[in-house]
Design a protein around this ligand. Structure first.
Ligand SMILES: [Zn+2]
Length: 395
């Protein structure tokens, strides 16, 4: 079988997207400079393959077609030393999911630097599960957007609870005794940090960069979007406050910031309305792209899901302009149809989107069957076996 090498235009674009710097974490070596003669350039970088270029090469070829093997999505830019290192011993130490996560981190950081906003940089690199009541020990390497695929009870919510300790430990409450929980998070905020979490006798022990702390002081702001309606909320304002875990003033400010010509909402505002009993309620009036103005309450479930999603995106975008941010979307609970959701997937993949995203869903859908996304499949534990988390290629 032939070697599926990258063509020159692919190599060039890969190098440029990496700003000609090695994507191996901590290396960042510049791979281009002046050559020997006045009109020469010396390039010491390599377009390394994530899946192998040849049939029995490092990490194998998965189920990729020849075209996919030589596509830019299957490449990562590295200095000569690291390009060789990742291929040693059939690439066992550097699996596909890890390399994809490194590539995402490097491109994300490069986009940040390029925009001149380097200080707000944040990126959750990985979560290593050492001991949990649900899963066999494993590591999840996060991309800029990561999909967690699994049915109900497969442990998705547990992973999100554990991850959210980066923002606040409040979701760890239900993971105290008798469960033993021990896991490690690696993240940038903007420096590199390690947070080791262990529960012991009703106490959460956190070690941040090997020092005991009460909670994570290099906070990553996390919003978990788990539903589109809180049925206890008395009006639209209270509903958004509950879903986004924000106070009234912040939700009002957020509504004033909604301004898009590509998403579902063009603008939004709250209006006080008295009902027949004289009860005053804050109604969210949504201006759609058509110019029509609709109260939130009469929108369909899926449309309401889109409104909530766009508030969450506006929130994360504003946080990410000054601090690290991560948006977690429990997709099935929002009721947004695939065509509607495509707008968000497109936004998450663009450089202008400054925050990381995790999307949970039941199955691998057509819209994530592309290369470049980070996708993990969860299999629930049974009475006799631990749950399994494995990186999958959605083709
Ligand atoms: Zn390197």
């Amino acid at each position: 079988m032939p070697r599926e090498s990258f063509l020159q235009p692919v190599r060039l674009k890969l190098a440029q997207r990496a700003a000609y710097r090695c994507a191996f974490p901590g290396c960042d070596r510049l791979t281009i400079g002046p050559g020997e003669k006045a009109d020469e350039v010396e390039n010491t970088g390599k377009a390394a393959h994530i899946y192998a270029a040849s049939e029995y090469g490092p990490r194998g070829q998965g189920t990729l077609t020849p075209d996919q093997l030589k596509a830019i999505t299957n490449g990562i830019w590295m200095c000569g030393h690291h390009a060789d290192l990742i291929d040693k011993n059939t690439g066992r130490r550097y699996p596909v999911a890890v390399l994809k996560s490194w590539k995402a981190l490097h491109e994300y950081r490069t986009a940040y630097e390029h925009s001149g906003r380097a200080t707000a940089f944040g990126f959750v690199r990985s979560m290593t599960l050492n001991a949990t009541p649900l899963f066999a020990p494993t590591t999840i390497a996060f991309g800029k957007t990561t999909f967690l695929i699994g049915m109900n009870e497969s442990g998705k919510t547990a992973l999100l609870d554990w991850l959210s300790v980066l923002d606040s430990p409040r979701r760890l409450g239900r993971w105290m005794t008798p469960h033993r929980l021990h896991y490690t998070l690696l993240f940038d905020a903007p420096g590199e940090h390690k947070l080791e979490v262990e529960t012991d006798n009703n106490v959460v022990q956190c070690d941040l960069d090997d020092r005991r702390v009460a909670f994570n002081h290099h906070r990553i702001a996390i919003t978990v979007l788990a539903k589109r309606r809180d049925h206890q909320a008395k009006d639209d304002l209270a509903n958004l406050m509950s879903l986004l875990h924000l106070d009234e003033i912040s939700v009002r400010s957020l509504a004033a910031m909604i301004d898009s010509d590509t998403m579902y909402l063009r603008a939004a505002r709250f209006e006080r309305e008295a009902d027949d009993d004289g009860e005053v309620r804050e109604v969210l009036r949504c201006t759609l792209q058509s110019g029509a103005e609709m109260p939130f309450g009469i929108l369909s479930g899926g449309e309401q899901g889109r409104v909530i999603m766009e508030f969450a995106i506006a929130h994360m975008a504003s946080v990410a302009s000054v601090a690290p941010a991560l948006l977690i979307v429990e997709r099935p609970n929002l009721g947004i149809d695939d065509a509607g959701f495509a707008v968000y997937l497109d936004y998450f993949s663009r450089g202008e989107c400054r925050f990381q995203t995790i999307v949970t869903q039941f199955k691998i859908t057509d819209d994530i069957k592309g290369l470049g996304w980070q996708v993990y499949q969860l299999t629930a534990r049974t009475n006799t076996t631990s749950g399994i988390i494995e990186a999958v290629l959605p083709i």
